[in-house]
Design a protein around this ligand. Structure first.
Ligand SMILES: NC(=O)c1ccc[n+]([C@@H]2O[C@H](COP(=O)([O-])OP(=O)(O)OC[C@H]3O[C@@H](n4cnc5c(N)ncnc54)[C@H](O)[C@@H]3O)[C@@H](O)[C@H]2O)c1
Length: 230
């Protein structure tokens, strides 16, 4: 998504606990944009606030697009999920996404951004069980991301900010690569019988970030190879 937005001309700031992969450091030169990485733990509102302050200083407060995307999963049954497991997933996937959206929206309102776009990363897990995984807590967090989108979109519409979700299907990333047997088995749920790659998500992100989607808010795009409809 960062590469897609950079290709379309956006300056990119990344918040994460870990350094982005090597490809990120090449984006600035490749697309003549400005890029920066901030080490931020999205579960801490204090850390998030610091991240936004540093961003404002470095990017002259210019924020029009925000993609709250941090997420974690744990393959654990409902019967065995501990309060600590549950809190970790909720803290990253729900609290982190919510307060990233809030701080981004506050900055956009302050800047009088009239074409703001917030793109929350939900999942097909918001509306179905993940086959082959124990996913009750993860699905609960993704359902929450999906559910926070329409009311946030209603409130932010008067400020010219749209809020939508992307719901990826089965995508090969750091999160899913450790489970090659699952990636293989999930293919049978996908209409075109292939697992998605991160590049498959970039088009939806650019669409939602741009004026091409100016009449779309409070809604979701599932990029899932047809899983939800099969
Ligand atoms: N891979 C899939 O099949 C799939 C499907 C649907 C939705 N998603 C969602 O897509 C998003 C991206 O996941 P991914 O598959 O690229 O996995 P990923 O593990 O590569 O990316 C998740 C990122 O979140 C970061 N992160 C975790 N905790 C954090 C914290 N406390 N503060 C800041 N950053 C933190 C991680 O360091 C990592 O870079 C997640 O929200 C995930 O739930 C993934």
């Amino acid at each position: 998504m960062a590469e897609g937005l950079a290709e379309a001309g956006a300056n990119i700031a990344i918040f994460d606990m870990i350094q982005p992969d090597a490809a990120f450091s090449k984006l600035a030169k490749k697309y003549s944009v400005k890029t920066a990485f901030y080490k931020v733990d999205v579960t801490s509102t204090q850390d998030l606030r610091r991240g936004f302050e540093e961003f404002q200083r470095d990017f002259d407060s210019a924020l029009d697009i925000c993609v709250p995307c941090a997420g974690v999963n744990k393959n654990v049954t409902l019967l065995d999920t501990t309060p600590e497991d549950f809190e970790r997933l909720v803290n990253v996937n729900v609290k982190g996404v919510y307060f990233t959206m809030q701080l981004a929206a506050q900055l956009m309102v302050k800047n009088k951004t009239i074409k703001g776009s917030i793109i929350l990363v939900a999942s097909i897990a918001a509306s179905r069980a993940v086959r082959g995984q124990f996913s009750s807590a993860y699905c609960a967090t993704k359902g929450a991301v999906r559910a926070m989108c329409p009311p946030s979109a209603v409130e932010l519409a008067e400020h010219g900010i749209r809020v939508n979700t992307i719901s990826p299907g089965y995508i090969k990333t750091e999160m899913t690569a450790p489970f090659p047997h699952l990636l293989e088995s999930w293919k049978s749920e996908v209409m075109n019988n292939r697992i998605g790659m991160p590049d498959d998500i970039r088009g939806a992100c650019i669409f939602l970030a741009s004026d091409a989607s100016s009449y779309m808010t409070g809604n979701d795009i599932a990029i899932d190879g047809g899983v939800l409809n099969w």
